[in-house]
Design a protein around this ligand. Structure first.
Ligand SMILES: *Cc1c(COP(=O)(O)O)cnc(C)c1O
Length: 169
């Protein structure tokens, strides 16, 4: 079973194979973003913001850290309003976002976190697959990425209930 092999290789508890790396972001937003405001980065592939629009949510852009090119976590809280439902951040070129700070912000404000991890096949952070951080992560297996299947991708989550919801969405 290829899905099982991939799960073992990446050391992740749940994985849904998808047709591309965009679909997992859309599925996650569809499951929990409730057409709210989604805090995101302006420095990513166009699919990141397109998913927010397609799922009838509103993108709220927060600037990036000039050294790491990922969302500047110190500017996230100022962008949160009563309509914010999620944070959608990109691990740019395999540089992990500041996942600890983002997790604390999300907990404090009761927000979901999606990582666009399109560039992150095989990336680990503190000895753990980068796909285990956040509520949902998305990887792309497009021909332009680190590991590819022509077209393809996968949704990752460590939460069995969320896995079930995303799988049947
Ligand atoms: C490639 C890419 C995507 C989209 O992946 P597809 O498999 O082409 O749908 C999304 N986000 C980022 C950052 C990407 O580089």
């Amino acid at each position: 079973d290829l899905t099982l092999k991939l799960k073992q290789y990446l050391d992740v508890p749940h994985l849904i194979p998808t047709t591309n790396g965009t679909l997992p972001i859309q599925i996650a937003l569809n499951v929990f973003a409730n057409e709210g405001e989604v805090i995101t980065t302006p420095f990513s592939y166009v699919a990141t913001t397109a998913c927010i629009i397609w799922e009838k949510c509103t993108p709220v852009f927060v600037d990036i850290n000039p050294d790491y090119l990922t969302i500047d976590e110190t500017k996230i809280e100022a962008a949160i309003t009563s309509k914010t439902s999620a944070i959608l951040a990109t691990h740019v070129f395999g540089n992990p976002c500041n996942v600890e700070v983002i997790e604390n912000i999300a907990k404090k404000h009761n927000l979901k976190v999606i990582y666009d991890a399109a560039h992150c096949f095989g990336v680990t952070y503190k000895g753990k697959s980068i796909f285990k951080y956040g509520d949902v992560s998305s990887c792309s297996f497009h021909a332009t990425k680190l590991f590819h299947t022509g077209e393809g991708g996968a949704l990752f989550t460590k939460d069995p209930e969320l896995f079930h919801k995303c799988f049947y969405r």
